[in-house]
Design a protein around this ligand. Structure first.
Ligand SMILES: [Zn+2]
Length: 395
């Protein structure tokens, strides 16, 4: 029914936001299910449809969402053949956690826990100890990794239980705090080229009777940010990574399963003022705000003490038709960050959390010039960002 023209705009209902399927259908559930299948103590098979092999390999393709694979059969014929629509394909989607962003998702994968527990709750977030923003992808300013994320990774626990574990990724990630808190355990092997990573992942998989190998490729995300999803550069990367996945699948040793997944999808944001709302130039949105965290499509808004309710009211009034705008308590009880929020994580969540529903972002031209200029973005709860593939190949 059309609204009369004079009526106030109606904000999006929070219960219309998709919620990550923590506890059985999310990225955080993958490694625990594999570890349970390998008899690592302390883990349950929380993804019931999954039957892990003795040797399990996870190939994480940064930025390649479920919807993007479905939409590009020509560029990704191999990945597409693993979808349930094709003959013999058993693939299904998982959800990322919230926000649907790399630091959060890699921590969910590696720890097997939702963001409310591992605490990497976005691209940037307030450190309650210092009151300053912490960039959780680049780990700036430096923060003691084991204090920020104290849980052991699934790799560590599997390694201790006698499973041969390895991470095969770019050499530059070997010493990073994000690797340390999210992906360490067993041996880290850095290789520059995608082909070398695939070959080495297959080799490491064969190195034990029970093995758990993780490998990673970043440039689908990189080209999507820079040129947009569907750009020629992005399509070229999709064709390349499709070939990498096939190369790895063809080298699987006996009794292996390869699981191809991603950390999030991506969406293109038009380059116009309606689609890119600049927080740094907006006196209304910035009033009463002490710190702006998160990223364009998933904002943590930290209010000046006492201004929390006013900031929530203004953000909801200005943005509520295009964003799901929640108070911290509302976002927590909606389950966006998981069923449980650790005490140390609570203050990292914004007083207001804004998740984009439409093809819009809240940029920050002064404080985030690089991020604000990106063509493709992600972070929110829409299916194109939240759904990631779980494609399986068995030997
Ligand atoms: Zn990204």
């Amino acid at each position: 029914m059309a609204q009369p023209a004079w009526q106030e705009p109606v904000p999006l209902a929070l219960d219309s936001a998709p919620v990550p399927e923590y506890g059985g259908g999310s990225l955080a559930d993958l490694l625990p299910t594999l570890a349970a299948g390998q008899d690592v103590p302390g883990f349950d098979a929380v993804i019931p449809e999954l039957t892990p092999a003795d040797r399990n390999c996870v190939f994480l393709i940064d930025g390649l969402g479920w919807e993007q694979i479905k939409a590009h059969p020509d560029e990704a014929p191999f990945l597409h053949s693993l979808l349930p629509t094709s003959r013999g394909g058993t693939g299904r989607p998982l959800t990322a956690g919230f926000p649907s962003t790399t630091a959060t998702s890699l921590a969910s994968v590696g720890t097997g826990r939702p963001p409310g527990e591992h605490g990497l709750n976005g691209y940037t977030a307030r450190n309650p100890e210092t009151g300053a923003l912490m960039n959780q992808l680049r780990w700036k300013p430096w923060t003691e990794p084991r204090v920020w994320q104290p849980y052991p990774t699934v790799f560590q626990l599997a390694h201790e239980a006698g499973v041969r574990t390895a991470q095969v990724s770019a050499p530059t990630f070997e010493q990073t705090p994000l690797t340390k808190v999210a992906l360490s355990g067993g041996s880290f092997l850095g290789r520059l080229s995608g082909e070398e990573r695939m070959d080495l992942a297959a080799e490491r998989l064969a190195a034990g009777d029970r093995s758990l190998v993780y490998t990673y490729y970043s440039e689908v995300d990189g080209k999507g940010h820079r040129f947009g999803v569907d750009s020629d550069a992005w399509r070229g990367q999709l064709m390349y990574v499709d070939g990498l996945a096939r190369r790895l699948a063809e080298q699987l040793p006996p009794r292996s399963a390869l699981y191809i997944t991603a950390d999030h999808g991506m969406i293109d944001i038009p380059f116009d003022e309606q689609s890119r709302i600049d927080f740094d130039e907006d006196w209304e949105l910035s009033a009463g705000v002490a710190l702006l965290g998160g990223e364009g499509r998933a904002r943590h808004v930290y209010a000046v003490p006492g201004a929390e309710a006013d900031v929530l009211a203004v953000w909801r009034e200005v943005l509520g038709e295009q964003f799901w705008v929640a108070s911290r308590d509302e976002a927590v009880s909606a389950g966006w960050f998981g069923p449980h929020i650790d005490a140390r994580v609570h203050g990292r969540i914004g007083d207001v959390v804004a998740a984009a529903h439409d093809d819009v972002v809240i940029t920050a031209s002064v404080n985030e010039p690089h991020e604000s200029a990106m063509a493709g973005m992600h972070g929110s709860l829409t299916p194109v960002e939240l759904l990631v593939p779980l494609l399986e190949v068995r030997s």
